[in-house]
Design a protein around this ligand. Structure first.
Ligand code: GLA
Length: 757
């Protein structure tokens, strides 16, 4: 037996499967016996059998003959009426000179035993032997509506694999994973197990990856058509800032609103690997999975390792189409329903106002100022506990600091409640400073490999949450504070990479990640009203794994209003505005040192879960009035912003255009941010999207509060945009577009469209 505990399905995956099972819809699934396809390699006992799964506009066709290797014939936008057998015949391949005498077809994980030359999705062995895996189908099961399992076995090596495909009937998004079980007494070591090797349409020649760094997340980098492999690996021990576990495959002509596209993402908050391979035979495969440390995943007899879910959504209407599937899937199948129904309260966060200088009178003064401009939640950031007077001490000591708060947090919390706000608190539960009481008592509670120095990182180490004592300590300490102070919200931070996590001498990132999920889940069960934000030095832990247990992500530490436009836009490929924390920062941005007007800072925070994070005492009266007006505007339109259909528009260089359109298309709010001066003398027209061409809309400009045009007269006057506005058809607004006024850069305009016939 392996000493590596419990590799059975994580809570997340079980819940994902459950969600898919519970979902409505009527996908079709059947096995049938159409025209037999002759295959010299795969010739088995009987006729070829196929599986077809259709739901939400997606079609998945798999050749699934018992005793043979499973082959994905098609995965992509639905091809109405098309059968799997037809596709098998259409895809007939042949011997090519200089290659194997028969075409090699691979399998769901392209195991080494299939002979396929490209990289395998499953690499494992028993002490260096039994590594040429070749999984053959033993059963195909429809386990729930729109969910199939393909059970495979390598009877020589004694390994079973269950490949699960769940098609979300509401969105057409495909979630897939693989569970590997060791059937024999000898330990089996899994070095790599992708959720799936998914073949992709050869027209998807471009790869768009999401990359960045601390304070510069979600930047899109494009790799044009390529041959060979692209590998993106992350072993930061968190989702990471630089290697987002996902991306886009796109056809040459695809853009925001048209063209064939596939968006994909691994729902996991630990280490991960993405491979995209274009084989020399012309086929392309994409595989994603958890990247483990050597020897981390070793299965004893009967033990199972299950991969995280690999999510993929196809669209024939460009990147937005795929984004919509991800947004809806997150809302309907991943996040807690209560997270969707609660109104997103406007935050005030203390971090950039006071950092570690906690003084109760100042904090109360800030609370009053925040309530005054419309804040609904006050979040006390880092610095309230133990010896945490700076960032090198105190983590782990989760009790209120007597030095700063001699009578506890009651005075501040009561004041915040009195002002009509609820109270949020910062924690960094997985971390510990060597300079803490906790570390002095339990130096053995940290993760770290024998003989290797911990990489210095913000003066802190990672706790070993796989240890029951550590887990229980955190659950109890956090729970006590939440109960005592009626905490409504936790900002759950995680500010270092976990470089070589070892527990009892073994790689432990997999179990550590699962333990974090479990801790979050248990806290939410014990405190059902509690909202939790996933922060990791900004957007370092933003993924569909963590969002099962949390309510929003802190998109970035960078509150530079101009850069925020780009960061936020990138994040919306996967995350809806409802979960993207976006704050109004100080006039002079602390990260970039640049200065922005309050009107622009506000506008860059309205499209998201709005908040503010600045010393309000430093702002002029006039700016506070603008802030107050901006918060009021957000509140007035947040239902539309958070629940409407979000669109990224094709934007002229130096601009950012996004918008939300109500489901009935009767109302819309678009944001047009000008970030640079244009090459032409006047800006390019805005072509709105998502409207009903047959509807008439009254168009008004509701931000900024004054005419932003740098010369007059302009369309502002002609269409009375700051007044009653003017009426245009949806067809004209989308097909012809509206001329924006000429403004200075760092100006952001909001167009409000209301149907009037
Ligand atoms: C991280 C977060 C910040 C802030 C600090 C506190 O960097 O991203 O928002 O909470 O920690 O130390």
């Amino acid at each position: 037996m392996s000493d590596n505990a419990n590799f059975v399905a994580s809570n997340a995956q079980a819940k994902e499967a459950q969600a898919a099972n519970d979902a409505d819809g009527a996908p079709e699934i059947h096995t049938h016996r159409p025209v037999p396809v002759k295959d010299p390699v795969e010739q088995g006992s009987g006729e070829t059998q196929y599986c077809e799964l259709r739901a939400g506009g997606t079609f998945l066709a798999i050749e699934a003959t018992k005793g043979m290797r499973p082959i994905i014939l098609y995965a992509g936008p639905d091809l109405p009426g098309v059968t799997a057998s037809e596709l098998a015949l259409l895809a007939t391949r042949q011997h090519a000179p200089g290659c194997a005498s028969v075409p090699l077809r691979g399998s769901l994980l392209n195991e080494i035993g299939t002979g396929i030359s490209g990289p395998s999705g499953l690499i494992g062995h028993r002490g260096g032997h039994d590594w040429a895996l070749d999984l053959r189908i033993s059963a195909v099961k429809e386990t729930a509506l729109s969910t199939i399992e393909i059970h495979c076995e390598d009877s020589n090596i004694g390994i079973q694999a269950v490949h699960r495909f769940m098609l979300d009937p509401a969105t057409g998004l495909l979630a897939s994973n693989t569970a590997i079980e060791n059937l024999t007494a000898e330990e089996f070591e899994v070095d790599w197990c992708a959720a799936m090797c998914l073949p992709f349409d050869p027209r998807l020649s471009r790869f768009l990856s999401f990359t960045g760094r601390w304070s510069g997340e979600f930047h899109i980098e494009e790799v044009p058509a390529f041959q060979g492999s692209i590998v993106r690996e992350n072993k930061a021990g968190r989702t990471s800032h630089d290697v987002f576990p996902g991306g886009l495959l796109a056809s040459p002509e695809a853009n925001e609103t048209s063209g064939l596209t596939a968006a994909f993402h691994l729902a996991w908050s630990g280490n991960h690997r993405l491979r995209i391979d274009r084989h020399s035979d012309g086929r392309g495969f994409i595989q994603m999975g958890e990247m483990s440390f050597p020897g981390e995943i070793r299965l004893g007899q009967g033990e199972v390792y299950q991969t995280p879910n690999f999510l993929i959504a196809w669209s024939e209407s460009g990147f937005n189409g795929a984004a919509h599937a991800f947004h809806d899937h997150l809302r309907e199948s991943v996040m807690e329903p209560r997270s969707l129904t609660t109104t997103r309260r406007v935050h005030y966060n203390t971090w950039e106002a006071v950092y570690f200088l906690h003084d109760q009178d100042t904090l109360i003064e800030l609370a009053e100022a925040a309530a005054n401009v419309g804040a609904e939640r006050y979040v006390l950031d880092d610095g309230w506990f133990g010896g945490r007077r700076h960032d090198s001490a105190g983590l782990g000591d989760w009790w209120v600091s007597k030095d700063v708060y001699p009578d506890g947090l009651h005075r501040l919390v009561d004041k915040v409640h009195e002002l009509g706000m609820d109270f949020g608190l910062w924690f960094e539960p997985e971390m510990i400073n060597p300079d803490s009481d906790l570390y002095r008592a339990h130096p053995d509670w940290v993760l770290g490999a024998r003989g290797v120095d911990a990489v210095p990182f913000r003066g802190q180490l990672t706790l070993d949450l796989t240890k029951t004592a550590v887990f229980d300590y955190l659950f109890e300490k956090i729970g006590d504070i939440v109960s005592e102070y009626k905490i409504a919200y936790i900002k759950w931070d995680m500010n270092r990479d976990t470089n070589h996590p070892s527990s009892n001498g073994r790689g432990a990132m997999h179990l550590q990640t699962q333990a974090v999920y479990r801790l979050l889940e248990q806290l939410r069960t014990a405190h059902p009203e509690l909202e939790i934000e996933s922060c990791s030095s900004g957007g370092g832990r933003a993924d569909f794994g963590i969002l099962r247990y949390t309510d929003r992500i802190w998109t970035s530490d960078n509150n530079d209003a101009r850069q925020r436009q780009t960061i936020q836009r990138g994040a919306t490929q996967f995350f809806p505005l409802r979960v993207l924390g976006s704050h109004v920062g100080p006039k002079k941005c602390h990260i970039t040192g640049r200065k922005f007007s309050m009107a622009f800072r506000v506008a860059s925070a309205v499209f998201g879960h709005m908040g503010m994070e600045l010393d309000l005492r430093q702002e002029s009266k006039a700016d506070l009035a603008i802030l107050k007006a901006g918060i009021a505007l957000h509140k007035e339109h947040r239902e539309l912003i958070h629940s409407g259909r979000f669109w990224r528009l094709e934007s002229a260089p130096g601009t950012n255009l996004v918008g939300s359109v109500s489901d009935d298309q009767c109302e819309a709010l678009f944001s047009y941010a000008k970030l640079e001066t244009e090459l032409a003398t006047l800006p390019r027209r805005i072509h709105f999207v998502g409207l009903d061409p047959n509807m008439l809309y009254r168009v008004r400009m509701i931000w900024p509060q004054h005419n932003p045009s740098i010369s007059t007269p302009s369309i502002m006057d002609a269409a009375n945009l700051l007044g009653k506005g003017a009426i245009f058809s949806g067809a004209a607004l989308m097909g012809h577009g509206i001329q924006p006024p000429l403004t200075h850069p760092d100006t952001c305009l909001f167009y409000h469209l209301q149907s009037c016939g």
